[in-house]
Write a protein that binds this ligand. Structure first.
Ligand code: PLP
Length: 223
């Protein structure tokens, strides 16, 4: 399938989900997750109109960035080892996987300018998932005031692997409510306006629950 055709189908589903929630489709940004595919396929996505690309490995973001550069905004969506921050920081416009203070400290030190970071939250509590438990998120964000290059642009979660739509919905709803709590703190470095949630199988539910960034791999660019 051409990316263009997949994108048309996804956009239609976004429209419908947004309409059901009384939201505007324009308020949902598609991040094309290209971790499974070639640089050429990532280029095809950009040519189809995608403006945001997501990679979960440092090598992947560097390789694709070299070929595509600033034609897209770059999202690092994978778990990030502290020692790898230095080599990737100049390529990432957004980091979706901030989950500990040592990582914030390293980003702050290595970045030449403020970086949009999302705090990754393990809403479902699954052992295998990265991210902070919800109860730690507020104190964690409050502790980041000293890191001037770390901007908290939003929260991110990965839903559990299930087809149970009620479970998925509850997970997204919980992240949205946590986002509201962070916003109510009115911290200048943490506007926290974005909700990065929803992937190929569940982005419609995520949009109904307020997602502003959906991360789509398989359904858009293939496996
Ligand atoms: C791989 C990945 C995605 C995309 O998954 P699909 O199910 O292929 O859409 C989204 N977010 C993260 C963090 C990922 O690692």
């Amino acid at each position: 399938m051409k990316v263009k055709d997949n994108l048309a189908a996804i956009k239609q589903k976004i429209e419908q989900a947004a309409a059901r929630a009384g939201r505007k489709a324009e308020d949902v940004t598609i991040v094309a997750v290209t971790k499974y595919v070639s640089t050429d396929r990532a280029k095809e996505a950009v040519e189809a109109g995608i403006g945001h690309l997501g990679e979960n490995r440092v090598e992947g973001i560097i390789e694709k960035h070299e070929a595509i550069g600033s034609r897209a905004k770059w999202h690092f969506i994978g778990s990030l080892q502290t020692r790898k921050v230095k080599s990737m920081i100049e390529y990432a416009d957004y980091i979706h996987s901030l989950d500990r203070e040592s990582l914030a400290k390293e980003i702050n030190q290595r970045a030449a300018k403020p970086v949009q970071c999302f705090v990754q939250v393990n809403v479902s509590g699954e052992e295998s998932k990265h991210g902070m438990v919800p109860g730690e998120v507020i104190p964690f964000i409050q502790s980041l005031h000293r890191y001037e290059n770390v901007q908290i642009g939003g929260l991110m979660t990965m839903a559990p692997l299930t087809d149970d739509r009620d479970v998925l919905r509850a997970c997204f709803r919980q992240l949205a409510s946590l986002r509201d709590e962070v916003q109510a703190l009115n911290l200048p470095f943490a506007p926290c306006s974005e909700l990065s949630m929803g992937m190929s199988n569940d982005y419609d539910i995520a949009i109904e629950e307020g997602a502003t960034m959906i991360r789509i791999g398989t359904a858009l660019v293939g496996e």
